[in-house]
Design a protein around this ligand. Structure first.
Ligand code: FPP
Length: 249
């Protein structure tokens, strides 16, 4: 049975959903910085790993919200280059969650819904098993034509730009065009994100999609990532639409 606070959230989500103009502009690409798993857990006297597990559930749900509302591209910041500095047990736990995500029924669900999955970032730092799991997810969903979900792992915006330049220069191309440069970014083929959501009250982009976010509007919430829900999702979409109307008129 659904508890009272879940029912309240559903009611609030329903009200917020009605405020969105579903025939109006919606972002083609949403990027999310899923921040605050650790703090969410600590506040409840739980180990940080419990926060990551709850964060993974919020992530699954959010993919469903985006799919339901016909968002074409979703990029989720799952692991930054800085995250390696965390205790080994925590890093290992997050990597185990990646394995679980790919090997449990979630990947099947995404595949059934015609969703393409990519892992973007410098994946060479992960062990062979993990790299193979990431490749497997991309292979299985390669021909899907619905939404694309990018998981940014061992991702840093500055390193992405440096690797793109290096790959062009290595081919002897030092007078490359903007299009050629963009084709070497991890997000090649995706439009630039128009809405970037960050949870946990941090109000900065921390180099996430550094090049691609030039025209994006950020939307911040004080809620920790495991508490992200349909109501907050619609709030972010609503804020996007209001901003869009202001910039067009
Ligand atoms: C940020 O919270 C979250 C992370 C570093 C990890 C997020 C990873 C997942 C939700 C699972 C990944 C799974 C797949 C399939 C990609 P934080 O720990 O930085 O929170 P804090 O700021 O409170 O410490």
């Amino acid at each position: 049975m659904m508890n009272f606070s879940k029912l309240k959230d559903k009611y609030k989500a329903g009200k917020m959903k009605k405020r969105i103009n579903w025939n109006g502009p919606l972002p083609a690409h949403i990027a999310i910085m899923m921040d605050g798993n650790g703090r969410w857990a600590t506040r409840q006297g739980l180990p940080r790993t419990a926060g990551h597990l709850a964060g993974m559930n919020a992530m699954r749900e959010t993919i469903r919200f985006c799919h339901k509302t016909h968002i074409r591209y979703l990029t989720l910041y799952a692991f930054s280059t800085e995250n390696w500095k965390r205790p080994k047990e925590e890093v290992d736990y997050i990597i185990r969650l990646v394995h679980a995500f790919v090997t449990d029924r979630t990947l099947n669900e995404l595949n059934r819904n015609n969703i393409k999955v990519n892992f973007i970032g410098d994946i060479s730092r992960f062990d062979l098993d993990t790299r193979q799991i990431m490749q497997h997810a991309a292979d299985v969903t390669r021909f899907n034509t619905g939404m694309t979900v990018n998981f940014a792992v061992n991702y840093g915006g500055r390193s992405e730009i440096v690797q793109a330049v290096k790959s062009l220069v290595a081919e002897g191309n030092s007078s490359f065009s903007m299009e050629e440069f963009e084709s070497r970014l991890y997000t090649s083929g995706c439009p630039s994100p128009e809405l970037i959501i960050r949870t946990s009250g941090e109000k900065r982009l921390s180099g996430f999609l550094l090049w691609q976010s030039a025209q994006a509007g950020p939307w911040y919430t004080d809620e920790m990532w495991p508490s992200f829900n349909e109501y907050l999702y619609y709030q972010a979409l609503h804020a996007y639409q209001c901003r869009k109307v202001r910039t067009i008129s």
